[in-house]
Design a protein around this ligand. Structure first.
Ligand code: FPP
Length: 244
């Protein structure tokens, strides 16, 4: 039987503005194949390339992907350095291929904890892709929702001490301007692969009214049609934002 082509079923005038993805299952994918976990991450990076193109092709404006969390530092040293090297390679390759696509890259998370060369590479890529007009790719690196909120509170505290803001001015919209996502609309759709159904400290403030979509496939197996299916399912949902 021929698979359903979900791309054909999507309404292009009803796209989510922002899709966030928890790319889960790299480790289990590798385990099933009896190969080291870092091979799973490598395959995960390839899957990400496909999804970026798929998102850009239909005109999604924002895609945020969870690449390394504040909690991922507790993984074995070998896995962490594998992930960091993969990131180096990924960013390098991205710079090389930059002219082939129209994707603008930025990072959310506390990158001051990453190695200096990675921070420099990130700066370079942000500057070089700044004028791109297609998909905005936000890579979450050393990102945690709790950490982001605490950093925002510290910045507000400092602005209060410096009399740059008055305590009565603080409301949810003002608070949001202190978050890493200050220039990004909240996600309309959050996808998590691998069958796990949890948020894992991702975009805690921003997903208040996001539609959640869970898919059983492991991230390295996730493909364009799976992504389009998630958007198709999203378009069937009735979003009420607390109203009726
Ligand atoms: C979760 O799978 C995935 C990660 C912690 C890393 C995600 C990274 C990539 C997809 C690599 C590509 C990204 C860039 C930007 C280089 P897991 O390891 O927790 O899988 P498991 O739950 O099966 O063990």
């Amino acid at each position: 039987m021929k698979d359903i082509d979900y791309k054909e079923k999507i309404y292009l005038d009803k796209l989510p503005k922002h899709v966030a993805i928890i790319m889960d299952g790299n480790g289990r994918w590798a385990k099933k194949k009896n190969i080291p976990r870092n091979f799973g991450h490598k395959a995960g990076a390839k899957a990400l390339q496909k999804i970026l193109k798929a998102a850009d092709d239909i005109g999604i404006k924002h895609l945020t992907v969870y690449a390394f969390s504040t909690e991922n530092w507790t993984r074995p040293k070998e896995e962490i350095s594998g992930l960091m090297n993969l990131l180096r390679e990924y960013l390098k390759q991205y710079l090389k291929d930059m002219d082939k696509n129209n994707i603008k890259v930025d990072i959310i998370g506390d990158i001051t904890k990453l190695d200096k060369d990675i921070q420099e590479q990130i700066e370079k890529i942000k500057i070089k892709t700044y004028n791109k007009t297609g998909l905005n790719l936000h890579i979450a690196l050393n990102y945690g929702g709790h950490d982001e909120i605490i950093r925002a509170i510290k910045k507000i505290g400092q602005d209060l001490l410096d009399s740059k803001i008055n305590i009565d001015e603080i409301n949810k919209d003002v608070f949001a301007t202190y978050l890493d996502t200050k220039d990004i609309p909240d996600p309309d759709l959050l996808i998590r692969t691998s069958g796990e159904q949890r948020i894992s400290n991702f975009l805690l403030w921003q997903i208040a009214y996001s539609e959640l979509y869970f898919c059983d496939k492991l991230w390295p197996d996730y493909n364009e049609n799976d992504f389009y299916k998630a958007i198709y399912e999203f378009q069937k949902r009735n979003r009420r934002f607390g109203g009726i």
